[in-house]
Design a protein around this ligand. Sequence first.
Ligand SMILES: *Cc1c(COP(=O)(O)O)cnc(C)c1O
Length: 465
Amino acid sequence: MFVKKSQKELEDHANIQPTYGSRTMREEIPKYELPDEGMPPTAAYNIIHDELALDGNSRLNLATFVTTWMEPEARQLMTETFDKNMIDKDEYPQTAEIELRCVNILSRLWSSPEGEEAVGCSTIGSSEAAMLAGMALKRKWKHRMQAAGKPTDKPNFIMGRNVQVCWEKFCNYWEVEPRFVMAEGNSFNLRPEDAIELCDENTIGVLAIMGSTFDGSYEPVAELNAALDAFYEKSGLDIPIHVDAASGGFVAPFLQPELMWDFRVPRVKSINVSGHKYGLVYPGVGWAIWRDKKELPEELIFHCDYLGGDLPNFALNFSRPGNQVIAQYYNFLRLGLDGYTAIQETCREIALFLSSNIAKIGPFELISKGDTIPVFAWKLKDHFADTANFSLFDLAERLRYNGWLVPAYRMPENRKDLIVQRIVVKEGFSRDMAGALLADIQKHVQWFADHPGFNRTMEGKQFSH
Ligand SMILES: *Cc1c(COP(=O)(O)O)cnc(C)c1O
């Protein structure tokens, strides 16, 4: 004899239920408090998966510098190593060894000179690397001042107003006065002669950016070095440079190998890079490298015993995923110099294709064309900007209808009147997709022309660099 199962009993057998026929799919999900009861894994998966469909499509996100495509083998390796905690060097000595190999590979890629002993570490991104490098500069400066019997309560750090927000954070969190070289006319970056004007004995260092987030341009590291040399001759103040190569650190060695910006430049004491930008790894991994171990005050380093050896540790975080470091090493092995060069060249070609064609549409003028890092920005032509019935904020908004995320934003303080729009070309963005984007831009420009009554908006969404 068989007894008919109750509805309740059936529902308890969640895995025989049609996914979208279950109770969980009919009821409202508690969003801001822990639910009393759990739900079947397929239900939880689908609810969250579906909600995330409302996010932008990362492959059409031309706003971000961060990697949105990796090879399936890299993805597999990362999935296999999600459980590795980077800090457990004792338990995962090979993961630690791989981090060390990456530090070596990067310091050689950045021309670490023979006779100097480069040191470095992985981080969660360039921001953490910036905090570490900034701290090392501040502590070195403090030692210099103490040795001279001078006060150490007013450190300052010099940078262009185009800095990424991590440097303002560094100055705020570590109580260092930021001194900015302001944008002037069409000069949006740090100008060495103006940076020197801001230097004094309390200057912990000067920052140079390889790949400004505003327009992709490189700041003149070698010229800054020469200006600081001349300043030293005059003042006796020996001021170091830190290079924020968040994106350029993985582009310049492949596309502009002759450009002097790295450890070939004597005053460059430390460099940061984001492994998750042109290092081509999913977020988040970054790197900080010092040209010589004497640039990193010993007292900042914590030592842990490791298989009878000594494993120095310099980081803000303790636990951190190890799989991104492993993925970085995968890229180094898989791609080599050839592979990185081929990918970055492809990105540059596509950036140049897009920028030259955007310039031809009519209303636009390029701020940069994408021949440094494959990032470029444009504005409305000056005579047109005041009379146009659309702003770049409107164009950005309409491109969203097609799924494209192409941000418009204002240039830094002093040039906030200037609205620009930017495209970051990354691995995974083909010439074919670029053609489709170009067609959409042309279509929307035509739409604005066909709707003279359209009223432009002059405020965009908050966009932080
Ligand atoms: C992206 C970026 C940063 C911040 O890097 P994260 O890896 O996102 O923390 C800092 N500086 C520059 C120039 C950048 O492009």
